[in-house]
Design a protein around this ligand. Structure first.
Ligand code: SAH
Length: 469
C-alpha cells in the first residue's frame, strides 16, 4: 500500500462514531497543505506539537457523539481561545470537567471562534459559509452517560471521570445534557442502597453497577435507560425496575447491558431487555427512527435537522439517482434521501445499527433502500471493482475520518456528487487533501453547523462535484 499518512489509532466509545481502530492521520504530522495554517491548528483549536499528541485517537469527554470521557485537547482549547470570563462560567465544575471548552465565551463569541478555526483549516480550499448556530444552546444532549463508583466513605457516586484520571467527579446536572436524563441518574443513585445494589469498584473488581446510559427521543419523548453491570446476575432487578418506573413513569424501556471487561468501553456485547421494547423511537426530518443502545444517533436533534437539511439541499437530488449512504448508522441520511432518489444503498459496520436501518426502512414504508453490514472501504472497493457506481455518495465517517481504501474507490467510482459530513474538521481536511490531490473533484461548498455548543467541536457538510471534462 502506498504511504498515505493514515495510521492506526486506538478508539473507544459505545456508539461507533469514533470507536474503530481504523486508519487515521497522525496528529504530529502535517495535515492538509490546503492552507498555510492548517498544519498548525488542530481540531480543538490547539496548536500542533507536543500538546496535540493528546488529541490523537482519544475519545472526548462528551464525545461529539460518544461517551463522557476525558476530553481531547480541552486544555489546548482553553489556552488558545482568549477572551470571555474564564473564572465565571455558569458551571461549577467547568475546569475539572473540561467537557465545555468554550463555556467561558458568550455563544456569539463561540460561533465566531469556530468560524475562524474552520476558515484557517479549510478556507484554503473553498470559502467557508457562515456557521449555523443553535437558538437555545443548552441541554441539547439527548444521550447522557454517568459512571458509577464509591466516594472515600463508600457512598455511591455518579458522574464523570476527572480529567486525566479514573477518579469520579460527581455530577447531578449539566448545562448541555438532557435534564430529565440527569434526574433519572440521580434517582437511580438514590435507590441503590435500599435495593442493596453495590456499585462496581474498578480497583477491587467487586460490585455490580458500572454505568448508566440514557437516551431520550427529542420528538417522541421516549426514554431508554441502560444499566451497565459487571455481571449478568442482577438479584433485585424486577423490583428495582418496578420502583424506577414508579418514580419515572416517562421511562419507556430499560435494558441491562453486561460489561465484565476492564476496558474504557462503556457498553458490553450482551444485553437483556428488562422492560419495554429495548429501544426508543424518534422522529427526524419527517421520518421515524428506531434507535437501540449501541447504535449511533446524533446527540443534538435540533441541529441534526439543520445538518441533514443542508446535506439534502447540497445533494440536489432529482428522484432518479442511485444514492450511496456510507457509514450510514441507523440509515437516517439514506432514508431521508430515499424520497428524492431512485435507489439507496447504505453501508455500516455496526450490526445493531444495520438491523435498525432495515427496520427503519420498513417502519417508514420505504422500499427503495437496502442496507449492508460491512466496512465502508471494503464495500466501496468491491463496488468499484465490479464496475458499479452511484450518482451521489453521502459519507459520514467517525472522527477518525475515512481511509484510503474508501477514498480511492470513491474516486474510481466517480459519482457526480459527494456530500461529506464530518464531525472532525482535521480528518476532514486530510481526506479533502487526498481527494484534491488524487482526483478532479472540485470542493464546492463547506458549511459548518454547530452541533456541540460550548464545546470546541464543529460539524461540517462539504459538497464536492466531479469537474466536467
Ligand atoms: N450517518 C449516520 C451515522 C454516522 S456515525 C448518522 O448520521 O446517524 C458514523 C458511523 O460509521 C457509525 O454508525 C459507525 O458504526 C460507522 N462506522 C465506523 N467505522 C466504519 C467502517 N469502517 N465502515 C462502515 N461503517 C463504519
Amino acid at each position: 500500500m502506498k504511504e498515505t499518512g493514515w495510521k492506526k489509532t486506538a478508539g473507544n466509545g459505545s456508539d461507533g462514531k469514533r470507536t474503530e481502530g481504523k486508519k487515521s492521520f497522525g496528529r504530529g504530522e502535517k495535515t492538509t497543505g490546503f492552507s498555510k495554517n492548517s498544519a498548525k491548528v488542530g481540531v480543538n483549536g490547539e496548536k500542533k506539537g507536543k500538546s496535540a499528541r493528546k488529541v490523537s485517537g482519544v475519545e472526548d469527554k462528551w464525545g461529539t457523539h460518544g461517551d463522557r470521557k476525558r476530553n481531547i485537547g480541552e486544555k489546548d482549547g482553553q489556552k488558545t481561545v482568549r477572551g470571555g470570563q474564564r473564572g465565571k462560567t455558569k458551571c461549577p465544575i467547568y475546569r475539572e470537567c473540561g467537557g465545555c471548552q468554550y463555556l467561558h465565551l458568550t455563544y456569539d463569541q463561540q460561533l465566531k471562534e469556530k468560524q475562524k478555526r474552520m476558515e484557517e483549516l479549510l478556507g484554503g480550499v473553498c470559502p467557508v459559509r457562515p456557521i449555523i448556530g443553535m437558538e437555545e444552546p443548552y441541554h441539547y444532549r439527548n444521550k447522557v452517560h454517568a459512571v458509577f463508583g464509591l466516594d472515600r466513605k463508600n457512598n455511591p457516586i455518579s458522574g464523570i471521570y476527572k480529567e486525566g484520571t479514573h477518579r469520579i467527579l460527581p455530577v447531578d446536572s449539566c448545562l448541555i445534557e438532557d435534564q430529565k436524563a440527569d434526574e433519572i441518574i440521580v434517582t437511580i443513585r438514590s435507590m441503590l442502597r435500599s435495593f442493596k445494589i453495590r456499585v462496581f469498584d474498578e480497583d477491587t473488581g467487586y460490585g455490580l453497577l458500572r454505568h448508566v446510559l440514557i437516551r431520550r427521543g427529542f420528538t417522541t419523548g421516549e426514554i431508554l435507560v441502560v444499566l451497565v453491570t459487571a455481571s449478568p446476575v442482577f438479584p433485585s432487578k424486577n423490583n428495582f425496575v418496578k420502583a424506577l418506573r414508579e418514580k419515572h413513569p416517562e421511562i419507556t424501556t430499560i435494558v441491562q447491558n453486561i460489561n465484565g471487561r476492564s476496558t474504557s468501553m462503556v457498553l458490553g456485547d450482551k444485553e437483556h431487555v428488562l422492560y419495554g421494547k429495548g429501544y426508543i423511537e424518534d422522529e427526524l426530518c419527517g421520518l421515524r427512527f428506531r434507535i437501540s443502545s449501541r447504535s449511533f444517533y446524533q446527540i443534538n436533534s435540533v441541529q441534526t435537522e439543520k445538518l441533514y437539511g443542508k446535506a439534502m439541499e447540497l445533494a440536489e437530488l432529482t428522484g432518479k439517482e442511485t444514492v450511496l449512504d456510507a457509514y450510514c448508522g441507523i440509515g437516517t441520511i439514506g432514508l431521508i434521501a430515499s424520497k428524492h432518489a431512485g435507489k439507496v444503498i447504505g453501508v455500516e459496520l455496526n450490526q445493531d445499527a444495520v438491523r435498525d436501518a432495515v427496520q427503519n426502512a420498513k417502519k417508514n414504508g420505504i422500499t427503495n433502500a437496502q442496507f449492508f453490514c460491512n466496512d465502508a472501504g471494503r464495500f466501496m472497493s468491491h463496488m468499484a471493482a465490479r464496475g458499479e457506481s452511484a450518482d451521489v455518495v453521502f459519507m459520514d465517517p467517525p472522527r477518525a475520518g475515512s481511509d484510503e481504501k474508501f477514498l480511492s474507490s470513491l474516486i474510481k467510482m466517480s459519482p457526480k456528487t459527494v456530500v461529506y459530513i464530518s464531525c472532525n474538521p482535521e480528518t476532514l481536511a486530510r481526506d479533502l487533501a487526498y481527494i484534491d490531490k488524487n482526483s478532479t473533484y472540485k470542493i464546492q461548498k463547506i458549511q459548518p453547523v454547530d452541533m456541540f455548543p460550548h464545546t470546541a467541536h464543529v460539524e461540517c457538510v462539504v459538497l464536492m462535484s466531479r469537474k466536467e471534462e
